[in-house]
Design a protein around this ligand. Structure first.
Ligand SMILES: NC(=O)c1ccc[n+]([C@@H]2O[C@H](COP(=O)([O-])OP(=O)(O)OC[C@H]3O[C@@H](n4cnc5c(N)ncnc54)[C@H](OP(=O)(O)O)[C@@H]3O)[C@@H](O)[C@H]2O)c1
Length: 370
């Protein structure tokens, strides 16, 4: 795709992202409130089953018109989803013709998302498919690998999405994806095992040119005994760290209730008490500092002090407020890391011991002035 001067405008992905799924008729209101509350990243999707992309676009245009935010300060991402007749229930929920070839489905879906998420009204004329040539989307995420398991279809979809970068799509992401697919789709050229796996799974490098790495992986971050999902998505988070890919987590609250509902006191509850914020906010902040961006779709976004960027700022300011706070921050962050990466639970008592040791160590090494 050709680029234009709009290519120059893009913003860094914020570490807190407002999720617009499952808001129904309240999508516009909550999305607007989220921007008012300070969110600068918005996640949506093009299929009208869980998302209402039209309403998200209206909220964005209102927030820009009301001078709450400028387009270049926003990070907007949406998704291309595979056709699934089981989802329809007689409704027209697709942003493309399901009978069309994949190339056309993706082209129609991208055009529709650009039109729905456009930042202003002035350039829209009669034709529905016409979009402002400077409208852009910061990240277009492939909602999942191909549901029939065909990695060559997934490869094709990613290649097609890449062809829209850098304009009107700045970057491409991939969601609901796990290590075997990632290692096959993006084999390290010098790694025989990756290449053999790719070939076994139908991705012979001679027929499938190397794909550019996605900029973003968006996955569930869950630790639940009844879930089939890998615990805390450890392997994929490591893959992202190794390959320089941004990791976005969803289900942080719903998939890990024990971390924040008070039944298992540890790093999250300790930090929340120290700062005076609620447990979910402490969990989000610690997760961000463990290297993730966090999706949060809370409906209490309009309630002052209950959730969102202002509470996140409060934690960051507290962290910088003195040496004792800095030490507590470190032991809580290390404590959460130990659990999510190594599987070693850290109690509040362990945290207090760790703080004492850290203070002692700093005293001996002259780290603090007393
Ligand atoms: N790629 C994908 O396949 C995929 C799948 C799922 C989700 N997503 C994205 O991720 C976003 C987030 O989804 P999610 O599954 O993580 O769940 P969520 O929509 O963020 O819901 C989290 C739950 O936690 C509650 N909650 C939030 N803040 C709270 C607080 N401070 N105290 C107590 N409860 C609180 C919310 O209730 P309240 O609303 O009452 O606060 C809600 O019931 C979605 O909107 C969507 O954009 C993507």
């Amino acid at each position: 795709m050709s680029s234009s001067k709009a290519e120059l405008s893009t913003c860094h992905m914020p570490d807190m992202i407002y999720g617009t799924a499952w808001k129904g008729n309240d999508t516009e209101r909550f999305t607007y409130c989220a921007m008012q509350a300070g969110y600068r990243a918005i996640d949506t999707g093009s299929v009208a089953d869980h998302y209402d992309e039209e309403a998200v676009g209206r909220a964005i245009r209102s927030a820009i018109a009301d001078k709450i935010v400028k387009r270049e300060e926003l990070y907007i991402q949406t998704k291309f989803s595979w056709y699934d007749p089981g989802k329809e229930g007689g409704r027209d929920i697709w942003a493309y013709d399901p009978q069309a070839p994949l190339t056309d489905q993706i082209q129609q879906s991208v055009t529709s998302s650009l039109r729905r998420l456009r930042p202003g009204n002035e350039k829209i004329r009669g034709d529905e498919s016409e979009v402002d040539s400077e409208a852009y989307i910061d990240c277009l995420i492939l909602h999942s690998p191909s549901p029939d398991g065909s990695l060559s279809k997934t490869h094709e979809a990613l290649q097609l999405l890449n062809s829209y970068t850098p304009h009107p799509i700045r970057t491409v992401g991939l969601s609901n994806v796990y290590l075997p697919d990632l290692s096959s789709l993006f084999p390290r050229p010098d790694n025989k095992a990756d290449l053999q796996l790719a070939i076994r799974r139908g991705l012979d490098p001679s027929d499938h040119p190397p794909l550019r790495l996605p900029s973003v992986i968006q996955n569930p971050f869950v630790d639940h005994p009844k879930s089939h999902l890998p615990t805390f998505d450890r392997e994929v988070r490591q893959f992202c760290r190794d390959r320089g890919i941004a990791y976005q987590a969803f289900h942080i609250l719903t998939g890990n209730r024990y971390l924040w509902n008070g039944t298992r006191p540890g790093p999250v509850t300790k930090l929340a008490k120290l700062v005076g914020v609620n447990n979910p906010e402490a969990l989000f902040r610690l997760c961000c500092d463990c290297g993730m961006s966090c999706l949060n779709g809370s409906r209490r976004v309009s309630e002052v002090g209950s959730c969102g960027p202002s509470e996140q700022k409060k934690i960051l300011m507290w962290r910088e407020s003195g040496e004792e706070a800095g030490r507590w921050w470190k032991v809580c962050l290390d404590g959460l890391r130990e659990w999510i990466d190594e599987g070693r639970w850290v109690t509040e008592e362990d945290l207090e011991n760790a703080l004492r040791k850290l203070t002692e160590k700093e005293r001996h090494t002259g780290g603090i002035d007393e």
